[in-house]
Design a protein. Sequence first.
Length: 180
Amino acid sequence: MTELALELDGGPRWHPGEALSGRVIVTEGGKSRSLRVSLAFVNQTSDYREPSVVIASAPLHEGELVAGTRLPFRLAIPPDAPPPHMAPWGRLFWEVDAQSDQFGPDAHARQEVLIAADGVPLPSGPPSDPAPTPPPPPGITTVIPPVGAEPQNPGWYPDPWLRWRLRYWDGARWTADVLN
């Protein structure tokens, strides 16, 4: 059974109009009609998952896939690419999908990517060190700070990295404490 992995260049975020490049790595070989990579803007809810925009590559490879093979790709991010969005009903996000078209279920390697609008400052990455955090109060209300502004008061706010619904701001920095 074919198994794939993705290795992306750059990141952790890309901007509309840029190119997203990397490699598909065949970790376990197998029969394949073709191997393609796509960049998709995915709409996901608790019971639904469908791409609304798909940018696909030409076939990267056709025929048998050999373990250890590394296939480079490059995809153009649309200049009008919308940013990710999270809401109570679900979320919208960008995803790279390497797909081996084969007999039976196709093999996939998928990786979510952050594509941010030009000129919107974003944090460099989520914190990795846990910090003590008070639990969120019942019926929590969140306030979204202006773009590029850090909150002034400690509390639970929408995750600036868009990986979780909420992240705790301790008054000086974002902590590793999150809620989904």
